[in-house]
Ligand binder design. Sequence first.
Ligand code: PHE
Length: 458
Amino acid sequence: MPNARGGFSSKLGFVAAAAGSAVGLGNIWQFPYIAGENGGAAFLLVYVLWIFLIGLPIMLAEIAVGRRTLANPYGAYHQLGGKSWALVGLFGILCGVMILSFYNVVSGWAFGYFVQIVKGDIFNETNFSSYFSSYVADFEDNLVYSIIFMFITAFVVYKGIQKGIEGTAKILMPTLFFILIALIIYGFTLPNAIDGVEFYLLPDFSLINGATIYSALGQAFFSLSLGMGALITYGSYIGKDDNLLSSASLVTVTDTLVAFLAGLMIFPLVFSQGQSPSEGPGLVFVALLGVFKTMPLFVGKLVGGGFFLLLCFAALTSTISLLEVPVSYLIDQKKWSRLKAVSTMAIVIFLIGLPSMLGHGAIDMFTNFTFYEGGNKSFMDVVEDLFFVISLPLGGFLLSIFIAYKWKVENLSKEIAKGNDTYVGSWKEKYFNFMIVYVCPLVLGIMFVLTVLSKFFD
Ligand code: PHE
């Protein structure tokens, strides 16, 4: 244990928890449909480029800041940069709160679908598109499942770093891999599976443009849990002699691999029944359901249930990391007990999420949120735009500026070198320093300006 705040038991414990944070709805729900809509392997290529050019350096830096300060994002920036930089940490915590508020709603949908599939009634439906629309508009079901999901998240976080967060990740992550591989193998045995593989893996570069390049970057940030301090927080619980570079690399590779494999699981299934691969966000909730329905009931329940369980497990290890961020802040800075911090935050975040839940048909005002982009977007879309699409790359931008000009890369190197004797002076150090000082601020800064312009000054 690094200090009295508690900590992961081993390097594996950190890697499991951080990979758990990274692997989530972003990998299994979002990545496949975004890749499907944007040129398949061509999108994957851009995505992987961002991951290694920007994602890995930022991840390494976040973890190093966390371990150096043994603090939550606010405390970390405060210690190394003073009062004004602490605001950046605080904003990161706010992003975590807002992301969790809608993430928990979508997790609730996944959980609800899991239950409906296991019960089997859902297979009597004929139109899964309208089923999905009415499902997300139904307040009661959503309320129940998202309360349960938030409760489980809160319980794990309450159990603490080792017993709760690490213990859960060590069980759920291997299980998730197992289900994923089993579903891929099953999918490949179906007729027309190969069409799905072709659709996914034959790159269509004509679909790559400025917007896709930007969305690949946003997706990389979201998927790696970067830009809001989740990894500063987890980094503060890492062993003092752990090798940060190999840990960060393992997390990055795992996250990317799972996103890649999720596509390899979903497209053969979708193509086996001639469902539409460009369903958008409904790919998982609509197209896949059509596939499970064609299977014999027992197989449909097994494969469909397995799929949604996988989605829930992936989501849970992410919601846990999102909740730990404000909780660690309240424990460190406000000296709250873990119980008080967890229960208060879980309730507050749940309440903040209500308009997101009600904004899918239940209440008009939140469904077509009048105050933004002419009312074409739901409340959830707005929260996503503000606190994820715009803010996570912005958080990465500020972190790189902070390290380059305030904390200094020499200190970053020193922290990374603990547990990695050969780091200082190596090509790796040169690469990461170059990325943090020049490439990240430049690229992320430009991207930020372009997004703000495109969102608000059409
Ligand atoms: N990485 C998670 C996913 O891919 C989402 C997340 C973002 C979790 C930010 C924590 C912090 O679904």
